[in-house]
Every structure is written in C-alpha cells, then in structure tokens.
Design a binder for this molecule. Structure first.
Ligand SMILES: Cc1cc2nc3c(=O)[nH]c(=O)nc-3n(C[C@H](O)[C@H](O)[C@H](O)COP(=O)(O)OP(=O)(O)OC[C@H]3O[C@@H](n4cnc5c(N)ncnc54)[C@H](O)[C@@H]3O)c2cc1C
Length: 397
C-alpha cells in the first residue's frame, strides 16, 4: 500500500474543517501540505449548510462558557470574512421578547458584561416597532446579522482550494486509525500525518475514541425543523427570540427573517434516539468506559424533561402554540412546514445524565478533536479553530 504523507489532515469538510484549513493556511509555511477528507460528495451538506444562519451575539450563553467567548470573537471574524469576500450580511438585529421587564434584567447584565450593543424597549416602543408584538418588553440587539450559510461554505471551499499544497477530497471518509499517525480511508488510501484535526461533526466523538478520548459520552442526533410564516403577518423584518428556559441547552423556537426565505420559525430540537445505528455502538463504548472508571450511569431530571417535551416538538400544533407566546394574534393557518432541516451533533454524558452544553476540545500531541460542535458553532468557527490551532502542537514542528 502506498502511504500518502501530509502535514495536516482534516477529517470533515463542514465549517470547522474549512476554517481549520483556512486558518492554518494563513499561518503555516506555503510548503506545508493540508488535506481535507469529506465523506460526502460536497462540503457543508450536514449541519453547516442547513442551519439558521444567525451570527449570534453570545447573549444567550453564560459568562463562563467557551460558547460566549468563541461567539463574541467568532462573530467579528465571520462578519469580517463576509465583508472581505462580498458575502451578503443581512443586518436583521434581534429582539429578545419577555412578558415582564424583570425577565430581561439578566440579559441586560450579560450585554453590559460582554459589551454587546443593546437597547431596552418598553411595550409601547415595541408596538411602534411591530404592532403584532404588543404586550411584550424587549431587548434589541442591533448588531445581530443573518447570512446564507452555504454562501460562506462556497467561498471557503474556493479559498482553501486556491492555496498551494491544499486538497479537498470528497467521497473519502476516515475509516480506521492504525497507530503511528496513520489512518485508512473508505477507498483504502493510507495517510500518514504530522497533525490530524477531527472536525467530523456527528462522527467526532466516535473518531476521537481511536485517539484516546475516554469521557462516557454518546452522541444523540437532535433534529431541527422549520416552519414558514406568511409574509403579511409581521412588519419588523427582525429576528424574534423568547427568553430561554435555563434547563435546556437549546434556544427556544424563534423567528428569523431573511430576504431569501422570509420569516422562518424554528428550529425544533427533537432527539432522534433510534435514527442512527452508530448509537448502539456508542452506548456500548460509553458503558465500558463507565465501568473502567468505576462510575455509574445517572439521569438528570432536566434532561428527561427536555426529552419528554421535545420528542413530539416537530408537530405543527406544538410549534404554533410556542409561537403564540411571541406573536399572540398568529393564526394556525399562517404557518406551514418548510423543507429546511438540520441535525445537531449533541453529546449526552451518561455519568451525569446531562446534555453536554459547551464546546470541548480533546488534544493529543499529534491530534486535535472538536467534541460537541453544537450551536453557535457556525458563528464561532473562525475563533474556535484559531484557538484550537494555537493550543495544539500543530505548528510546533
Ligand atoms: C438546525 C440547526 C440550526 C443551527 N443554527 C445555527 C445558527 O443560527 N448559528 C450558529 O452559529 N450555529 C447554528 N447551528 C450550529 C452549527 O450549524 C454547527 O455548530 C456547525 O455547523 C458545526 O460544524 P461542523 O463542521 O462541526 O459540522 P458539520 O457541518 O456536520 O461537518 C462535519 C462534516 O464531517 C463529515 N464527516 C463525518 N464523518 C466523516 C468521516 N468519517 N470522514 C470524513 N468526513 C466525515 C460530514 O459529512 C460533514 O460534512 C445550527 C445547527 C443546526 C442543526
């Protein structure tokens, strides 16, 4: 078997794989080789090309989380990238709506803490903004933008391919790690790398096991579906979010506005426990890891509550009821199913029974793994991969 030697091997051509290649390309010598392996026929066809496309402000994330830090810096870098490449950034802004002014106090503190531009709106000011939103108070975030994620993916693919000594190989999947920095792909290519980046989204936990990741995580695919809202209901052309239920790692059903899709409600967040045959294998691996560390399986009541509430959340009637808290006069026939949907790579820690609610990096001397690349992974990608490259030993040789 011929072995192909590369400096940097990246598994997965979503936003994290592409920004890893892009950021590496900016800092390493031109002679270094970079290869992305993407199991599908194109880059960005999983979570990265099917998300809502909101460049989040970070306001929904607690101050200790890396999601907050990464979305603050990532948002700046992503907007700069879009401006530099002429990608349309739609300055939709975001309204966080609450029945009670008191409910917005914590968000105001967070906005002040993180220097996020914001404006408080009384119910009267809000109804001048949009008649349909009457009865709420709001915090308005003017700097939140929306993008079409596939525009960013297309541009990054172009940038990455234009660098010398860089290749994207589609229809080529990581299959096995055989030690000594060597892997085998689905078409039996053998790659020997100096440093490997695992940015394989839904496969990242499984692939990280080959390199020694031992936390008892299983990946639960969580599907997000969307509903279109008739275009004669709202006038504000802005994103509408309710305040978040702190026990859930997912943003509640919200409304986004873009020129391309109009008003979309969603995404839902319902777990697909039986959708993926890999899950059984993951449960067996995680259970073995529990035994090895003398830990036990546990469950968490918030997780159980989330699962029970969301398992049926794809139904139109549930989405409608949830939307009525934002838009009280909405009629059932004003919403219809949209074909848009995407699946998140959500990990569950079976030793605590909790859903993992932050990004995680697992590193060895010669590999870096992005575990749990949940939302706001798109907003954060440039910053998260920049941070991972700096923390890893990838540029040390
Ligand atoms: C419904 C939904 C809405 C969201 N909304 C937002 C939002 O508004 N703003 C935001 O910031 N974030 C949002 N997110 C989160 C964001 O989309 C993700 O965090 C981000 O796309 C994760 O990027 P990724 O590169 O890790 O994963 P992916 O895009 O899933 O990329 C992983 C890639 O690896 C490939 N792969 C898998 N296994 C292998 C293998 N063995 N070999 C080779 N390749 C492999 C896959 O084919 C895939 O292309 C949303 C997510 C969803 C699902």
């Amino acid at each position: 078997m011929n072995t192909i030697k590369v400096d940097y091997l990246i598994i997965g051509g979503g936003i994290l794989g592409l920004t890893t290649a892009f950021n590496l390309g900016q800092i390493v010598d031109k002679s270094k080789t970079i290869v992305i392996l993407e199991s599908r026929s194109r880059c960005g066809t999983k979570a990265s090309g099917n998300n809502t496309g909101v460049i989040h402000s970070g306001l929904f994330y607690n101050t200790e989380s890396s999601k907050l830090l990464m979305s603050l810096r990532g948002g700046i870098l992503l907007k700069k990238y879009c401006v530099d490449r002429g990608i349309t950034l739609q300055p939709s802004g975001k309204l966080i709506l609450a029945k009670d002014q008191e409910d917005l106090v914590e968000y105001e503190h967070r906005a002040n803490y993180s220097n996020i531009r914001h404006q408080k709106l009384t119910p009267r000011e809000l109804s001048l903004f949009d008649q349909e939103l009457q009865g709420h108070s709001a915090l308005y975030l003017p700097d939140v933008c929306n993008i079409e994620p596939n525009d960013v993916i297309t541009s990054l693919v172009r940038d990455v391919k234009s660098r010398q000594n860089t290749k994207i190989l589609c229809n080529e999947a990581f299959v096995n790690y055989i030690g000594s920095n060597t892997i085998i792909t689905s078409s039996k290519l053998v790659f020997c790398f100096n440093h490997l980046f695992n940015t394989s989204g839904e496969s990242s936990t499984q692939i990280s096991r080959y390199f020694g990741f031992v936390k008892p995580y299983i990946l639960v695919p969580v599907e997000g579906r969307y509903f279109s809202i008739g275009d004669n209901i709202l006038t504000s052309k802005t994103n509408l979010y309710p305040i978040q239920d702190k026990s859930s790692p997912f943003l509640p059903i919200h409304v986004t506005y873009s020129e391309r899709y109009g008003y979309l409600a969603g995404p839902t967040a319902h777990p697909l426990f039986l959708a993926d045959s890999r899950l059984i294998q993951e449960i067996l691996t995680a259970t073995t890891l529990l035994k090895q560390t003398n830990s036990y399986f546990s469950y968490d009541k918030d997780t159980v509550k989330y699962i029970l509430t969301n398992i049926t959340m794809s139904s139109k009637v549930n989405v409608y009821n949830s939307l009525r808290t934002l838009i009280p006069r909405l009629n059932y026939q004003d919403i219809s199913r949209s074909p848009k949907r995407g699946v998140r790579a959500q990990n569950l820690d079976i030793s605590s029974g909790k859903l993992v609610n932050d990004f995680e990096l697992f590193m060895t001397d010669t590999s870096t793994h992005f575990i749990n690349p949940i939302s706001p992974g798109f907003t954060s990608a440039f910053a998260l991969t920049e941070y991972a490259i700096n923390q890893s030993k990838a540029c040390n040789y």
